[in-house]
Design a protein around this ligand. Structure first.
Ligand SMILES: NC(=O)c1ccc[n+]([C@@H]2O[C@H](COP(=O)([O-])OP(=O)(O)OC[C@H]3O[C@@H](n4cnc5c(N)ncnc54)[C@H](OP(=O)(O)O)[C@@H]3O)[C@@H](O)[C@H]2O)c1
Length: 216
């Protein structure tokens, strides 16, 4: 799920946090986190924001705990470099931190017995379907993708995004940071519009379902 400007940008021209969404978008984001078993985010989003999104709404926290789940879903950070600065607030956030990295070709094991300092788990993955399978085997089947564009573009192009939720905000940001990088395209549509809901403050939530993949 992403908050996008009317000109399809998710960050200001200079990059970094755009503070696009208002209160309605924040509620939709927290509801998605409350539904999720885990939240995926690209390392650049984490480096730019310094932390990941937490559920703050008392009713959502209470319901997760009532269901016997952790208050916050684990943060699954995708990185090739593994370089997340040690002084980010992320390291003090009250959640599980998992580091997901592409496996070296021919790697024998995809799980690190001892994750790097600060991480609760480290997994290597060989493909997106294999990663989803490995996460499902860990009980993490319901995944919410928090961005950014590089990661969202790859997963969309690979047909790994089942639903696309955009909070459309009536701002014109300009600049190069399109929510869908030019190097990636959506699987051929049309995507089915499942929901369109005013979020207040002139924002609109649009939720689409992926079209069936060829041969599916
Ligand atoms: N409006 C919104 O809703 C929203 C949401 C999220 C983010 N954003 C904005 O988006 C911007 C950041 O997005 P971005 O597109 O630049 O970066 P991104 O997608 O957040 O992260 C890119 C990084 O993810 C890692 N990565 C990418 N592909 C990978 C793969 N196949 N396997 C493993 N790791 C992989 C790499 O990390 P390493 O460099 O560590 O190798 C790469 O540099 C920020 O400005 C942020 O504010 C906006």
């Amino acid at each position: 799920m992403l908050a996008v400007s009317l000109d399809g940008r998710l960050a200001p021209p200079a990059g970094g946090a755009a503070q696009l969404g208002g209160r309605g978008d924040r509620r939709a984001l927290e509801e998605a986190l409350a539904w999720a078993d885990a939240a995926l985010l690209g390392a650049e989003t984490l480096r730019r924001h310094g932390s990941t999104c937490l559920i703050h709404a008392p009713d959502l926290l209470t319901e997760r705990v009532r269901q016997g789940r952790h208050a916050q879903p684990p943060a699954l950070v995708l990185s090739r470099s593994g370089q997340i600065p040690g002084d980010l607030p992320f390291w003090r956030q009250p959640l599980q931190r998992w580091l997901l990295m592409p496996a070296a070709p021919g790697a024998l094991s995809l799980t690190a017995p001892q994750p790097p300092s600060g991480w609760h788990r480290q997994l290597w993955f060989s493909s997106w379907p294999q990663l989803r399978q490995a996460l499902a085997a860990e009980g993490l089947a319901r995944l919410v993708l928090l961005g950014g564009a590089q990661l969202a573009g790859q997963l969309l192009a690979a047909g790994q995004v089942d639903e696309l939720q955009l909070s459309l905000c009536p701002l014109l940001l300009g600049g190069p940071h399109s929510w869908l990088p030019a190097s990636h395209s959506l699987p051929p549509g049309p995507w089915q519009l499942m929901e369109h809901r005013p979020l207040g403050g002139d924002e609109l939530l649009l939720r689409y379902r992926r079209p069936p993949l060829p041969g599916a």
